[in-house]
Design a protein around this ligand. Structure first.
Ligand code: NAD
Length: 696
């Protein structure tokens, strides 16, 4: 199989110095003939370096040896092809509850990093691939950072409800413009090679083959001097300017990550505002704050989300054996799926009954590749791999065919019949249908065992989840291939069984419809959206409906109403009328909201907004989630939680719908649902599965 292009670094052998070598557990120390020592981190039994306590202890011993016999310079680099160091070992944070004990452990870690920083020879971090979290902090403690082209640096801690905890808060804000440093830490975004150089994080960008020369040049420098921060940083070291900047950051952060739900970025702003420019005070505050944050429900739930992702990734273990993919239908989804597969290294042909969508699909691929930070050469390769194929020549060659034609049952059956005739006998056929029951589609194939669902979410490059949908006749080999393939394209494979709406749409649709019904009750749309956002949804249900397209929502809702045995909310008349008028949401410029520059034009917050019944929205989802578990649509509660978080952004700090239900108390939820059923109708009748939810 073609290697994914993003790991090109893996094809190059890494320059790891030479000379006699001493082992320090997860580290090796080599001293080359020029007097430069190379500290190589190579964590045992794993493909990715993390900065666990053991790795730090090993580093401490290595530093002792370096101090005892000071080299001309010390290079710190990773032996792993994928990158430098991915961050702390998150499993060490799980279940943390004793702040003092955590602070103690952090102080020990700071001691090691401070020791590296204090070495009396130039220290040079060489970073290829990622330097994240603790890895970035280790690199910051060096005098210089050489980025191998393609390297990136970032602090993803906010995504775990934390901020940097091993000196990153003060080292980065000392090294570069502090407002840029804060932006990186507050958003969790990474700085890719060129940006890292521009910001002053990387001192030099080089290629692997020139590394020796670059190291030699830095080894000759004095070190310990950086002046990339400039005038602005000097001003921000003064209190009043910092207060003003912190105020601005606070209000911007509140919009994206309200303090009530996400305390970490606010704590970070507080640390910088109170102690910016005073390294020692900042270090103490960073340790105390990190030790506190890690014990909060938010951080523990977000750490849970981290492990949920790992769990889904595991579904993708194994090799699919797929090298070529054919996509039928180059509309919104087909084009995105094709682009993504080509970016991830697969040979893709794509067909459509119209020519225009094929051209657009190629443009889409170039755009997505650019957003994914691919170089010009890599983009050229992506476009070489993606072939518009109006006559479907690729169909007969492909290992995997993905059907992404319009959601019309007759059309799909007709198409699948012809795909079945033309595809190789050993090829697997998948459909991206959102709502059609798979058994009915499978019946048109000669061998239904080679057919299953591969339900991507829109946009494919942003939403990681893919439902791998089984039906009674799908073979185990087909499902294994689809799971592995999903893993190979870096998405999260989620096995579900065919069911109206599968898993995610079954749970999401009642919530969207309840919001639509509230509009019928003359509640301001912005107020409805805000109620869901207050719960922690990244955007309200009506904005979601407008973004997805009211026509698509209507299709899914209609199909659910027809197929589910349980009552779901009426589809309000205004929704059909809007769709008939072509007011489809964002794509047509008008839906529930008017859209301008990709943003819905909402009314301003007012008192009415806080009175919207949040439970009507959220419990609609939870009740459907419990039904899905009871019906065995998904194998276990954790997979359900993960699916809703990664496909819909379900308030991640709450750990997923079932986790939230358990924390809130299933008995209380059942009582609330009964009350809602009395007031609003039988759609709220508690699912019989609630009796099992309390049981872990
Ligand atoms: P779309 O209307 O944007 O694209 C469909 C494409 O199929 C069009 O380019 C059309 O010309 C082409 N087409 C029509 N008949 C064809 C035929 N006989 N052979 C080949 N091509 C044909 O639709 P979409 O939104 O991309 O949806 C495609 C599928 O993906 C549907 O099953 C839908 O339910 C599912 N889906 C959509 C979304 C979404 O958000 N749009 C999300 C997940 C799944």
């Amino acid at each position: 199989m073609n290697k994914p292009v993003l790991s090109v670094i893996g094809k190059t052998s890494l320059e790891l110095g030479s000379g006699p070598e001493t082992n320090f557990g997860n580290w090796r120390l080599r001293r080359d003939e020029s007097g430069v020592a190379w500290a190589i981190v190579d964590c045992k039994d794993t493909g990715t370096n993390t900065l666990s306590e053991t790795v730090l202890t090993d580093l401490s011993q290595l530093l002792e040896a370096v101090e005892a016999d000071l080299p001309k310079a010390l290079v710190v680099r990773s032996a792993k092809p994928g990158g430098f160091i991915a961050g702390a070992d998150v499993s060490e944070f799980r279940g943390a509850s004793d702040e003092d004990a955590i602070a103690e452990r952090l102080r020990a870690g700071h001691g090691v990093i401070d020791r590296l920083e204090a070495l009396k020879c130039p220290t040079i971090a060489v970073v290829h691939g990622f330097a994240l979290g603790g890895g970035f902090e280790l690199a910051l403690a060096c005098d210089y950072r050489i980025a191998i082209d393609g390297a990136w640096f970032g602090f993803p801690e906010v995504r775990l409800g934390l901020h940097p905890g091993l000196g990153g808060t003060f080292r980065l804000s000392e090294l570069i413009d502090p407002t840029e440093a804060m932006t990186l830490m507050l958003t969790g975004k990474s700085a890719h090679t060129k940006k890292a150089k521009k910001l002053g994080i990387a001192d030099e960008i080089t290629q692997e083959r020139h590394l020796r020369a670059a190291v030699a040049a830095f080894a000759r420098k004095d070190g310990k001097q950086h002046n990339g921060r400039g005038f602005k940083a000097a001003v921000l070291d003064l209190g009043p300017a910092r207060n003003m900047a912190a105020g601005r950051m606070r209000s911007q952060t509140e919009e994206k990550a309200p303090r009530e739900h996400y305390p970490a970025p606010h704590a970070l702003i507080g640390i910088w505002e109170s102690h910016g420019g005073d390294r020692s005070a900042m270090q103490q505050a960073e340790i105390r704050s990190f030790a506190h944050l890690i014990t909060t429900d938010t951080a523990q739930n977000l750490i849970r989300v981290f492990f949920l992702r790992e769990k889904l990734k595991k579904n993708g273990d194994g090799k699919s054996g797929v090298t070529s993919v054919h996509i039928v239908g180059a509309g919104t989804m087909g084009a995105e799926i094709a682009a993504w597969c080509a970016i991830k290294g697969f040979r893709v042909t794509i067909s459509d009954i119209e020519l225009e969508p094929l051209g657009k699909a190629v443009e889409e691929a170039a755009r997505t590749a650019r957003k994914e930070h691919l170089s010009d050469i890599e983009i050229r390769d992506v476009l070489d791999r993606l072939m518009p194929d109006p006559r479907s020549y690729g169909l007969g060659e492909a290992d995997l065919i993905i059907e992404a034609a319009p959601e019309k049952p007759d059309l799909k059956r007709e198409l699948l019949t012809s795909i079945d005739e033309r595809a190789r006998e050993d090829a697997v056929i998948a459909t991206n249908t959102s709502s059609l029951e798979l058994g009915g589609l499978a019946s048109v194939l000669k061998n239904p065992g080679r057919f299953a669902g591969l339900h991507f979410f829109n946009p494919v490059s942003k939403l990681e989840l893919v439902e791998v949908v089984s039906h009674p006749q799908a073979s185990a080999e087909t499902l294994a291939l689809l799971n592995a393939f999903t893993g190979e394209i870096d998405r999260l494979p989620t096995p579900v069984r065919t069911y109206p709406g599968f898993l995610v749409n079954r749970i999401l649709t009642p919530y969207l419809l309840e919001a639509a019904l509230m509009v019928d009750e003359d509640i301001e749309p912005a107020a409805i959206d805000q109620a869901a956002e207050r719960f922690g949804m990244p955007m309200g249900p009506l904005e979601v409906a407008d973004r997805v397209g009211l026509d698509i929502c209507l299709d899914v809702a209609d199909s659910l109403r027809d197929k589910l045995e349980k009552p779901i909310a009426e589809i309000p008349g205004w929704m059909r009328k809007r769709v008939e008028k072509g007011e489809l949401g964002e794509k047509s410029g008008q839906g529930i909201y008017a859209w301008k520059d990709g943003e819905p034009q909402k009314s301003k917050a007012n008192d009415e907004m806080s009175s919207v019944n949040q439970d009507r929205l959220i419990l609609s989802m939870l009740n459907a989630a419990v039904e899905c578990l009871r019906e065995g649509v998904v194998g276990d509660p954790d997979t359900l939680d993960a699916a809703m978080i990664f496909a819909t952004g379900f308030a991640p700090f709450r750990g997923g719908p079932i986790h939230y239900a358990r924390q809130r108390g299933p008995d209380e939820i059942v009582v609330t649902l009964e009350e809602l059923a009395r007031r609003h109708g039988p759609r709220f009748a508690p699912d019989e599965g609630w009796k099992d939810i309390g049981k872990e």
